[in-house]
Unconditional design. Structure first.
Ligand code: GLY
Length: 399
């Protein structure tokens, strides 16, 4: 870990046109407001998710005039982006520092948070100063946690550089770190002051990362916005092209689905559970695979599984279940899982946070676009659904 400002590493996050709004005739950025007409969540809601190209230079406007010091937290792989952001902030008159943290889940460790707290303390950060995250979901989770806990809460702005970060992790204020006992067991809700989803960062994102992020987009299609499914069905290739208007529309629509949910249920007391569609088995697969599967791959299988459970309860037709398989596989996402792991998976399913006592609860569809959390009357239904997605262990492939 480092809080220095070296200018050495190659930086894959900066695509063409980064830092220069409007380059190449890209459409004007769109802003989606979180908390518009919110029923719960109180004053912490009320911020913009801005989607567009070349947004890095908009950060000072989003931070606003209150803070004097800004800590930019980024992973090692985004050192050059972190430096560009720091330089922009310095030019705008802030005292800017960077904290470089380990990549991906390695960054979600208490020692990483302690390192960031140390940087904040040594630089006299006050309650009116701000933290900025630049990176994927693991970075926004850790940076959000650092911001939530420093002086009991300072402003945080997220600049997601992965598709998963843009459509899910950076929106809605979930923060957290991992412990030896499991992922995200320590954390809090701490809404950002704003989110800048710069589509240029997707240009150099590895294809498998992009496809894994699309699983969350497909999820939004099934739970709330069928147009998402239609766009992918019309051209799965365009859906995976970071330059295409189709991907831009998919991202905007998925963000709108997440914003709509978070705006009425910031603290996951009810409808927010819907964004966990496919996640109950998905998390169990991630655990069984010791986190070597990408999250998006695991929830892809999880959605097919949930669809099979819904079919057995008469909530989905055969065609609707087939649609899960065809949309997900058209993007190269997995739709099966090895057939010799049921006991291990059931153990993971039983640990899901949606369960109440011994009652297992799943997010299921009642037709496309209508999701709800449902009590599972009999665990044998789950085993039957597992039979439908199972295959020989030697055939199982992730992304
Ligand atoms: N990633 C799930 C949520 O934000 O609720």
């Amino acid at each position: 870990m480092s809080s220095t400002t070296d200018h050495t590493a190659e930086d894959p996050a900066l695509g063409e046109g980064a830092g220069s709004p409007g380059d190449g005739g890209a459409p004007e950025p769109a802003a989606i407001r979180v908390g518009e007409g919110a029923g719960t969540g109180g004053q912490e809601l009320g911020y913009d998710v801005v989607i567009g190209n070349g947004l890095l230079s908009r950060l000072p406007d989003m931070i606003g005039p209150g803070p004097e010091r800004v800590l930019v937290i980024h992973p090692r792989a985004l050192r050059a982006t972190g430096d560009v952001v720091r330089e922009d902030l310095e030019k705008a008159g802030y005292t800017a520092l960077v904290a470089e943290i380990p990549d991906a889940e390695e960054g979600k460790h208490i020692q990483v948070a302690a390192f960031c707290w140390q940087v904040l303390g040594q630089n006299d950060f006050t309650r009116s100063d701000a933290v900025v995250s630049v990176g994927g979901g693991a970075v926004s989770d850790t940076a959000g946690f650092v911001a939530a806990t420093w002086l009991r809460g300072v402003k945080v702005i997220h600049m997601p550089t992965t598709l998963l970060g843009m459509v899910d992790a950076a929106i809605g204020g979930k923060t957290g770190i991992n412990t030896a006992e499991g992922k995200n067991l320590v954390g809090s809700f701490h809404q950002p002051a704003g989110v800048l989803a710069d589509l240029d960062t997707l240009i150099t994102l590895p294809r498998n990362e992009l496809v894994a992020g699309l699983a969350e987009v497909v999820k939004c299609g099934f739970i709330a916005d069928e147009r998402i499914l239609e766009i992918i069905e019309a051209s799965p290739e365009a859906a995976q092209n970071p330059h295409s208007p189709q991907l831009r529309e998919l991202i905007t629509r998925a963000i709108q689905v997440k914003v709509d949910v978070v705006s009425v249920d910031a603290h996951e007391a009810g409808v927010r559970e819907r964004v966990n569609y496919g996640h109950t088995l998905g998390h169990a697969i991630e655990l069984a695979e010791r986190y070597q599967w990408r999250h998006g791959a695991a929830i892809s299988v999880g959605m097919v599984f949930a669809a099979e459970v819904a079919r057995s309860l008469g909530r989905l037709t055969d065609e609707e279940v087939d649609r899960h398989r065809s949309v997900l596989s058209s993007l190269g996402l997995p739709i099966t899982y090895r057939d010799d792991r049921w006991n291990q998976l059931l153990e993971g399913i039983r640990r899901d946070k949606k369960n109440r006592g011994d009652t297992l609860r799943f997010v299921l569809l009642n037709g496309v676009g209508s999701a709800a959390t449902v009590e599972i009357p009999d665990a044998s239904l789950l085993f039957a659904a597992y039979q439908e997605i199972g295959e020989e262990p030697t055939q199982t492939v992730s992304l």
